[in-house]
Design a protein around this ligand. Sequence first.
Ligand SMILES: [Zn+2]
Length: 387
Amino acid sequence: MQKLVIKNIGQILSGKREDPLIEADCLVSVDGNIEAWGNEKDLDCEGATSIVDAKGVTLSPGLIDSHVHPVVGDYTPRQQQLHWIDSTLHGGVTTMISAGEVHMPGRPKDIIGLKAMSIAAQRWYENFRPSGVKVHAGAPVIEHGMVEEDFAELAKAGVKYLGEVGLGTVKDGKTANQMVSWARKYGMQSTIHTGGPSIPGSGLIDADMVIETGTDVIGHINGGHSALPDDQIICLCETCKSAFEIVHNGNERAAVLTVNTARELGKLDQVILGTDGPAGSGVQPLGILRMIAMLSAFGNVPAAEAFCFGTGNTARQRALNVGLIEKGFSADFVLLDQAQHAPGSSMLHSVELGNLPGVGMTIIDGVVRTGRSRNTPPAQRIPEQVL
Ligand SMILES: [Zn+2]
């Protein structure tokens, strides 16, 4: 049995917008899953196989990046970069969801070829987790000619997500809706490229196409990078029940518009975050933290709630057993503190002023993966593994 006890926690972020802060100083996980949390004196801390002294910092569920474009292992051909996933773990991200392995050189676009690559990509990230990060990959981009049987076969083989609709040849709502419905019938989630073309070869997807297609996630509602006109973004927020995914690689003004519109409509639970990296703008190891700080500061969202955009909201929209402080959920955490010399009266207040927190430790499946981040500003206090 593996038992992790994290002591001297300052506060816990729950990942739940309805109740984002938990007053507790201790959390226990057993065999990689959350077991209990509360006051240390009330918890069964006997028999720990590892102990972390949190030194009074904040414990959050590990961050989730809802939109990445991995290809193979911890290498991206898009910017010829190694170890971008490890670098992102240093930004507090413990789970990533592929929106398509579209940067694979020579990516097959014939149907048997794209199915083969999706199944292979699902397998190679299941079999090899870079630095422990959970990468849900193997996300096929739909092409003309696919039939219901293709989706049944993909689902049976373990494929759980479609890549961004619109990055392939299917660029009309009617065909896309048919394929998304087939995917849904077999338990696969879907997302769509929203906005102007991202790079040469991709195209415009406007609000009408997004609504007609009816994906589970409105991928980069703030554009990737060119955003739709304001009235179309507002229309999507008003019309859709799907997730409003805001990405780092998009338009920041449109990101703030989305949050303000979602708030007015009482739909902030639908806001989730991604980076859309690797992309033309590179990789963004601190992208999710930067989105949390930016949306908290400019979107007037309390920091504890803004963290939910990158944790519990995504977990709920994506049906993952991470991102929330719940018994039985994965013991995936990031330990954060106010950055040295950052203004503000606390870690959360400094984030509300637009500053990044410092990452002091990451934990995945109850195992310490990294200590002080090499990428964030240095935290004031750094947790220590004492056993
Ligand atoms: Zn896109």
